[in-house]
Write a protein that binds this ligand. Sequence first.
Ligand code: NAG
Ligand code: NAG
Ligand code: NAG
Ligand code: NAG
Ligand code: NAG
Length: 297
Amino acid sequence: MVFKFIIALVVITRYSSANLNHINVYARNYIGEQNYRTFFSANLKNLNEFSSLTAFNTRIEILQKDAVTNLPNLKELNLGGVRLQSLQEGCFNNLSSLKYLYLPNNKLKLIPARIFNNLTIRMLTLKGNYIQKIGTGAFSDMPSLEKLDLSENRLQNLDPNWFNNTSNLIALNVSANQLVKIEDGAFRNVKSLVNVDLSSNRIKSLNQNCFAGLTKLKLLNLNNNLIEVIEDGTFKDQNGLRALQLFGNRLECVSEDVLSSLRCGSSTFLIMNPIAQECRRRLDRFKKEEPRIIIFY
Ligand SMILES: *[C@@H]1O[C@H](CO)[C@@H](O)[C@H](O)[C@H]1NC(C)=O
Ligand SMILES: *[C@@H]1O[C@H](CO)[C@@H](O)[C@H](O)[C@H]1NC(C)=O
Ligand SMILES: *[C@@H]1O[C@H](CO)[C@@H](O)[C@H](O)[C@H]1NC(C)=O
Ligand SMILES: *[C@@H]1O[C@H](CO)[C@@H](O)[C@H](O)[C@H]1NC(C)=O
Ligand SMILES: *[C@@H]1O[C@H](CO)[C@@H](O)[C@H](O)[C@H]1NC(C)=O
């Protein structure tokens, strides 16, 4: 005997008779597998006058096509920690006002091709999933996207084809993944980036074209990787670099070329690297010539 039974409690906060702004959906499911998967779409139709929605204490394993419909005013959707495993094509249809989409701490392994296309969101977080693969054009045609958080996943590479017409992306976080290298031109379709966090990966070397085209970059975090070599010319396009964070790597030295690309920047951190004695002297000299640049080693 299987009980098919749903209790859904919709708690409305910040309610005023004229304007309903925020809604939290708490759900408990005492039902078989199939039913709670469709729960989300079944219960949120026709609530069209609010701007923020957070689901918690529930399970939404599959986000189905047209899952969140008839919410033309929804600005923020938070589906964090709901054990989401897959995103079906069309699951973000009809969210024309959405600006913030949070999907952290779920179980997503795959981000399907083109899934977020045409959403006019500014911020997307996919932090803390199991993402190994991102389909071509997943983040294409998103000219409003400014911040993308892919940290704490299982990505092994960065593919320029994830992006096309994503012309305002400012911050990209791929910290705590499994990157071993940055391919040449990895960022060629996101030249607007200012802040890139690649810390806590397994990157072994930086090749001269890996940051090609990133002329607006100001903050680059490469802490806690396995970097042994930085090729000459690696930072040739980064004239405005302010902070280059490299602590916790395996560098024995950095070349004059790399140092000179930092001249226009204000600070750099080369800390906790096994910098060789001979190199130390060179760095001492550089510090005297360029007192504005802060180097720790
Ligand atoms: C949702 O969007 C799809 C495709 O974008 C459209 O065909 C459908 O009519 C829309 N549904 C509603 C309820 O607006
Ligand atoms: C996004 O918009 C473009 C241009 O309007 C359209 O050609 C494309 O099919 C849309 N993509 C999706 C996935 O809806
Ligand atoms: C980029 O996206 C915008 C909005 O979706 C669209 O109007 C524009 O045509 C797209 N540009 C290209 C080159 O696809
Ligand atoms: C990017 O989009 C434009 C316009 O839609 C298209 O011509 C171009 O081939 C696309 N580039 C990639 C790498 O997908
Ligand atoms: C990137 O993500 C990590 C892990 O989630 C976080 O600790 C870090 O602060 C983020 N970096 C930036 C620049 O926000």
